[in-house]
Every structure is written in C-alpha cells, then in structure tokens.
Design a protein around this ligand. Sequence first.
Ligand SMILES: [Zn+2]
Length: 79
Amino acid sequence: MLKCNAVTELVTDYAEGALPFGTRLGVRFHLILCAMCRNYVDQVEKTRRLLRGRAMQPPHAEMEDRILATLAGRDQPAE
Ligand SMILES: [Zn+2]
C-alpha cells in the first residue's frame, strides 16, 4: 500500500487524471483508508476548481485599459 508521503506527491497527477491505472488504483485504495489524505486531495481538487474558474474570466475592460495605458506610458521617455 502507498504511504501518505507517496500519495501527497501524486495528488496533482491524480487530480488531473494523469496517473497510470495501477498507480491511480493504489491512490484510491489509500484514500479509502486514510482520512488525512482524503482531506488533502479534497482541498487540492477544490483549489484547482477555483483557480480554473478564475483563469477563464476575461479581464475587466476598465482594468485592461489601465494596464495598456500604464504599459504605453513606460515606452515614453521620462521628462
Ligand atoms: Zn494517507
């Protein structure tokens, strides 16, 4: 059976579904028996969902204008 430190190292790949079948099965089996790792995986998955939601939002139009204006100002020589 996988130990907790091995499971925590595999959590990201587990959450992305990137683990080979046998390894994924080992992680799932560990999670059935270990509440601490189950909570950890749950937190990682919640964080990933939150970050994914934020990444898909386009920048606010006013903020985009301010960023562009700031960047345009940097190219001008200081007086
Ligand atoms: Zn564990």
